[in-house]
Design a protein around this ligand. Structure first.
Ligand code: ADP
Ligand code: TRP
Length: 321
């Protein structure tokens, strides 16, 4: 399996509950490729110096959370040029109309209208298809926002296999249903996102910031901690978070906070978060740049040998070799 994450901001609780924890569990038993999608992150404006640091920081965060380079292959997308080669070939097979209909394209096009965006954002799903197909992935652990991209990957794999010969496996997305879409704390109608820092909960943020963000999470005018996703979206989101961090059931949680109001519940969410991530937060402080770079170097070797094999078949089948 392969999955990726963009160095476009601080790693947050949505990333962890939607995707990272799937990786941590599958690395024990499966053949996992975990990639920092640095080329994808360059489809929106960025500052090069800051960007370089974000890549290292994301590497440290993931290692601190338990990503183990002895158990999986952890690498940077930009270090494997095969991704770009396959991206081009798949691009020639991709219907333009389909790319312009993607949710993410429409949303980002609007959000970045004032600065103007390049064609990278349109071609984004094609690069993601190349990432997935190069490693012959059967499954792709992701959050809900990426499902449409895995769907187009399947379509491109079938189209290519039909036209040139069976080069690719047909991949399937893998979601954790309850947490495939953790909502933003300041607007429970939007997904928690790296690019919307006001409402996200960065795992390695200062403690005071975390306390403040959870305590000021948008709820509703009521006071009962009961699960109702339609009418009490903010509370429902916090309840799911608390459930996942403590292992309690929704019914237990409703019982536990009966009659006490939102303030007490929010304090419990703060405590569950700080206790769940305590060890990782400590561990990150001791991981050096050098350590991360070494991990990427080893990952590059392993990833490239697989990517090369797939690309070689494609080059032969398409008449380039
Ligand atoms: P973001 O969308 O925050 O910028 P990425 O695009 O790098 O983060 O996503 C990395 C992984 O985390 C993807 O699998 C994505 O689907 C998942 N993910 C992102 N946000 C959430 C969320 N709010 N809830 C669940 N999963 C999420
Ligand atoms: N586009 C994904 C995201 O924003 C990151 C990503 C890049 C990815 N390549 C991938 C995820 C391949 C899964 C498989 O979350």
């Amino acid at each position: 399996m392969l999955t990726g994450i963009q160095p476009s901001g601080d790693l947050h609780l949505g990333n962890y509950l939607g995707m990272v924890r799937q990786v941590l569990s599958f690395q024990e038993t499966d053949d996992v490729y975990l990639m920092i999608a640095d080329l994808h992150a360059q489809t929106v404006p960025y500052n090069p110096l800051e960007f370089k640091n974000r890549i290292l920081d994301l590497g440290k965060s993931l290692l601190a959370l338990g990503v183990d380079p002895k158990k999986l292959v952890f690498f940077r997308q930009s270090e494997i040029p095969e991704h770009l080669y396959l991206y081009w070939i798949l691009g020639t097979l991709t219907p333009l109309g389909e790319l312009t209909r993607m949710h993410q394209y429409k949303e980002k096009k609007e959000r970045y209208e004032h600065v103007g965006i390049g064609a990278g954002i349109l071609m984004y799903p094609v690069l993601m298809a190349a990432d997935i197909l190069l490693y012959q992935s059967d499954v792709v652990p992701v959050g809900e926002d990426q499902v449409q991209h895995v769907e187009i990957t399947r379509e491109l794999a079938r189209k290519y296999n039909g036209a040139f010969g069976e080069a690719f496996k047909i991949p399937q997305e893998l979601l954790i249903k309850e947490t495939a879409r953790v909502m933003s704390l300041d607007n429970p109608e939007k997904k928690m996102s790296k690019s919307l820092p006001e409402g996200n909960l960065p795992l390695f943020e200062q403690e005071q910031e975390i306390v403040q963000k959870i305590k000021s999470a948008v709820t509703d005018s009521g006071s009962e901690v009961i699960f109702n996703e339609r009418e009490k979206q903010g509370i429902a989101n916090l309840m799911v978070i608390y459930k996942e961090l403590t292992g309690k059931t929704i019914t237990d949680i409703e019982q536990e906070f009966k009659g006490v109001g939102y303030g007490v519940f929010k304090q419990a969410v703060v405590e569950s978060f700080l206790s769940f991530f305590k060890d990782s937060r400590k561990k990150k402080e001791n991981i050096s740049d050098h350590q991360v770079l070494k991990v990427f170097e080893e990952g590059k070797e392993k990833a490239q040998s697989v990517a090369r094999e797939t690309l070689y078949i494609v080059l032969q089948q398409t008449g380039l070799k």
